[in-house]
Write a protein that binds this ligand. Structure first.
Ligand code: BGP
Length: 460
């Protein structure tokens, strides 16, 4: 090997319940916001493909776990669908769901694959959204109860838990930029929702530790988008620092350090945008930080100082403080449109090492979405050499960070198999395994065979 990773490195992939399970109206599952929104507006982004069937993991999980094993997974991230387990969000537990998740967890373990279980991946139970979702503090308590139920049911076998995946995305999508339900644009509500999810994560951690789920660990998964200024001039630097405060540190600091950055609080105070916080909340957050951090990394954020002052009568937005900057010559994913910047993964890891106590971490998502991937089909296999190059490029930088002391324990690709996604149905394909959505036939892509070798050799 030219690049060998630390012994026991976690090789695998990530998924989420709504995106892979299907069976949305089966097995006693209650609706979540995605089932509801799709039904209400099937043409919004969904192109008439909803989450009701997706890749049918609910029925095909055994076959899928065999494929995971075949391609060298030693770990796999899934999420529990809150509204499958507890159809109304609180109250009665659905026994069919308990059986399903027990079966999946046992099947993974029996095949030598460690389950990493996430409690919330964008999928608010509809009943709870109807009372305000994360805007409503009661939902924080309902979530803590749900978390505790999961720890009690599955904690004897699941040793890696995550309170949230990308909690900032429902804030941005649902309350700022109009791409998640309830598609409201209101910064003050966004700040409240963000605060309540940070608090909810801390409450789940409290329940976890009270439960003493043996030697398990609990973490959070954050999408970190390193913020790079156009230049070193003080205006660009400030713009970049503020973007970092809004989009990274608003969750990273309270989750890992237990404290919000002072400068962020000052900005919100100055503009009258602070959320409602009860006595004791900040101390509670301080006392319930994570053991483990999952990092989802797709692309950086490039930022420059504002060219025009924002209109003070327009609604307050993070974008008052910076403009996005398209760096000339940046490398783009030609099949989807996101920037590819492999070194970002290194910068994130070094930042965690230097400023976040070198917390135990892993890459919990990284991946390359490709539209119309069938065009790379040759002899029955998708030859996704671009994905192999993408993964390699990121792993090389990750390796360098580890050599320099970063405490990174693994790499999970987004995603195991092609699946339904929030705002593009089946358009962007990311999987190691391709899925024909009419027949549900699975086929390994070339990257899956390559990854099998990487996992087998613990490097490449
Ligand atoms: C992450 C989410 C995933 C997944 C991925 C790809 O932000 O955690 O759920 O969807 O992005 O994004 P997309 O499907 O929009 O291309």
């Amino acid at each position: 090997n030219e690049y060998t990773f630390p012994k026991g490195f976690w090789w695998g992939s990530a998924t989420s319940a709504t995106q892979i399970e299907g069976a949305a109206n089966e097995g006693g599952k209650g609706p979540n916001i995605w089932d509801y929104w799709y039904k209400k507006e099937p043409n919004r982004f969904f192109e008439n493909v909803g989450p009701e069937k997706t890749s049918d993991f609910y029925h095909l999980y055994k076959e899928d776990i065999q494929l995971m094993k075949e391609i060298g997974h030693n770990s796999f991230r899934m999420s529990i669908s809150w509204s499958r387990l507890i159809p109304n969000g609180k109250g009665e537990v659905n026994e069919e769901a308990v059986t399903f998740y027990n079966n999946v967890i046992n099947e993974l373990i029996d095949n030598g694959i460690e389950p990493f279980v996430n409690l919330f991946h964008f999928d608010m139970p509809l009943k709870l959204q109807q009372v305000g979702g994360w805007e409503n503090r009661d939902v924080v308590e309902a979530y803590a109860d749900y978390a505790e139920i999961c720890f009690r049911l599955f904690g004897n076998r699941v040793k890696k838990w995550f309170t949230f995946n990308e909690p900032i995305v429902p804030v941005e999508g649902g309350y700022l930029y109009d791409f998640h339900y309830p598609n409201i644009v209101d910064f003050k509500k966004a700040a409240q929702v963000a605060f309540h999810t940070v608090l909810a994560s801390a409450k789940a951690i409290e329940r976890f530790r009270k439960e003493k789920v043996s030697d398990g660990k609990i973490g959070i998964i954050l999408n970190l988008t390193p913020s790079y200024p156009r230049s070193q001039n003080p205006y660009d630097l400030k713009a970049s620092r503020i973007a970092d405060l809004f989009f990274n540190r608003s969750f990273l600091d309270p989750a890992v350090l237990g404290e919000y950055p002072e400068e962020l609080i000052e900005i919100l105070r100055e503009h009258g945008q602070l959320p409602v916080v009860q006595d004791g909340d900040l101390e509670f957050i301080k006392n319930h930080t994570v053991d483990l951090l999952g990092v989802n990394y797709y692309q950086p954020r490039r930022v420059k100082a504002k060219e025009h002052l924002p209109n003070p009568y327009s609604p307050f937005m993070p974008d008052w403080f910076f403009d996005n900057y398209e760096m000339p010559g940046r490398k783009m994913n030609p099949y989807r449109g996101w920037e590819i910047y492999e070194k970002g993964i290194y910068d994130i890891m070094i930042n965690l090492k230097e400023n976040y106590g070198n917390i135990e971490s892993f890459i919990s998502e990284n991946g390359m979405g490709v539209q119309n991937e069938e065009r790379f089909l040759k002899d029955g296999m998708i030859h996704d050499d671009y994905r192999i190059e993408f993964i390699k490029g990121h792993l090389q930088w990750l390796h360098k960070a580890i050599e320099e002391g970063a405490n990174c324990k693994g790499y999970h690709l987004w995603t195991f198999m092609d699946n339904w996604s929030w705002c593009n149905a089946y358009k962007n394909r990311y999987g190691f395994v391709s899925v024909d959505i009419t027949t549900q036939k699975r086929s390994l892509k070339k990257s899956a065979l390559w990854f099998k070798q990487v996992s087998h050799n613990n490097g490449f």
